[in-house]
Design a binder for this molecule. Structure first.
Ligand code: MN
Length: 449
């Protein structure tokens, strides 16, 4: 299928989702004829004229791959979406014409020089809700404040974001190819003795992304720093070369993100750490295979803990049996984050803990408070699977003092702590036929393949 036909069929799905969301809002007493999606209004830092890097409203971005602030999409079921691009006449910044692209033939397109002209193009907006970051913009268009992101509308819209269309999957696949190239080059740089900062530059170059185009800040950690889950410091030559390397980084394509993590160890790293690394890579693939329709995502998280507990027992970090290691909660300080999340326009895509299309929260069980996805997988769901094992001094201290601490080999833990941590992450599509790993075919893991 061409990009244009994928997008056309994407819009058909969007139309159905919109109709469903309006019907659900109607059932709650909110009668709506359509929704105006606003790309959003750019903001500056406090008492500064420096702009905060702009990110489009995700719901806007799902309709049209147009970057920059102020544009709108007026969406009404059964009608062609009306896209109004706001392109200021301005000699400070470049105001380029929008390049011809696959999406334009499927929408009605208009261009204005100022947001104040949008109202004239879209016409009267009675019964139209506003989705975006600026109640002021809604008011400028004459939309009542009660119709700014009303919950009865937003919950079903958020819910429907989880199931990706073929068009969206294709965009994530391009984002994955860019990130995979960055990972290959990043690994080479690490093996050549590069510093965290140098690896970061190599990653940007290889992905062809500018810093602000990345879907999230790169996590580039050598040795013990790989145990800091969101390590953003980028040390220079004073902390290179390293022996263990964790790279958690993605790329963007037309507003869609990829999110990949690999961990690598050079020869000479503690063989038990290498065994853990290969073990995590192996168990990650087993968890990926669990991304099948009808399965509660929580089951994959629980299976991750079962397998991590077994691995800790196997290498001797835990002196208890695999079952006891799990029951005593010994795996938790070693894997203190959720096994993954929804992925799409947002790296942690919205709606992961929503109970039903109409709202309600499905919180994770108390022993796993950081799990971001508690939904049941459906075809089209795109999730990350990212188990890990970390030696985090702060959490290990607590474990050491607890009753379960007596069952841990602390001499071995102390020996492994300077190695840091391990995380292996792939982006996985749930299809009617089972899991489709979008990223593993592009970038191998530490066990190869
Ligand atoms: Mn992730």
């Amino acid at each position: 299928m061409t990009n244009a036909s994928l997008y056309k069929s994407h819009l058909e799905t969007m139309d159905r989702c919109l109709a469903d969301a309006l019907e659900r809002a109607g059932a709650k007493g909110l009668a709506l004829e359509g929704v105006l999606f606003h790309a959003g209004r750019a903001e500056t830092y406090h008492v500064d004229d420096k702009e905060i890097p702009f990110e489009s409203t995700p719901h806007f971005r799902r309709w049209v791959p147009l970057s920059g602030p102020e544009h709108v999409v007026l969406a009404r079921p059964g009608r062609r979406p009306l896209v109004v691009r706001v392109n200021p006449r301005d000699y400070w910044y470049e105001a380029a014409p929008v390049a011809p692209s696959y999406w334009q033939e499927s929408v009605q397109f208009a261009e204005v020089a100022d947001f104040a002209e949008v109202a004239g193009v879209v016409g009267p907006l009675s019964g139209v809700a506003y989705v975006g970051n600026s109640p002021a913009a809604a008011s400028e268009l004459g939309i009542d404040v009660t119709l700014v992101e009303p919950e009865a509308l937003m919950k079903p819209l958020d819910w429907h974001r989880a199931a990706k269309t073929a068009h969206e999957v294709a965009l994530v696949e391009v984002a994955a190819q860019k990130a995979a190239e960055g990972h290959r080059v990043g690994r080479k740089a690490f093996e050549g003795g590069a510093s965290e900062r140098e690896i970061h530059y190599a990653y940007l170059q290889a992905t062809g992304q500018l810093e602000h185009e990345l879907p999230f800040e790169t996590i580039i950690a050598l040795d013990a720093k790989s145990a800091t889950l969101h390590y953003h410091t980028k040390r220079g030559r004073e902390a290179a070369p390293g022996k263990v390397f964790l790279l958690d980084a993605g790329a963007s394509h037309e507003g869609y993100a990829s999110d990949i993590t690999r961990t690598w160890a050079l020869p000479g790293v503690d063989p038990v750490f290498v065994e853990l690394l290969e073990g995590v890579d192996e168990l990650e693939r087993a968890l990926v295979a669990m991304v099948t329709p009808g399965r509660p995502y929580l089951e994959i998280h629980q299976e991750a803990h079962r397998r991590v507990a077994a691995l800790l027992a196997k290498v001797g970090v835990s002196k208890a049996s695999p079952e006891e290691t799990l029951e005593l909660g010994i795996s938790r300080p070693f894997l203190p984050h959720g096994v993954g999340h929804h992925l799409g326009i947002q790296v942690h895509d919205i709606g992961g803990r929503q109970a039903t299309p109409d709202g309600g929260l499905l919180p994770p069980p108390p022993e796993y408070p950081y799990l971001r996805n508690t939904r049941t997988l459906e075809p089209g769901h795109l999730v990350t699977i990212e188990p890990g094992i970390y030696f985090i001094p702060m959490l290990l201290e607590k474990l050491r003092e607890s009753a379960a601490g007596a069952r841990v080999d602390w001499a071995l833990v102390d020996r492994l702590t300077p190695c840091g941590g391990i995380r292996i992450e792939d982006d996985v599509l749930c299809t009617p036929a089972g899991a489709r790993d979008l990223t593993r075919p592009l970038i191998q893991g530490p066990r190869g393949a």
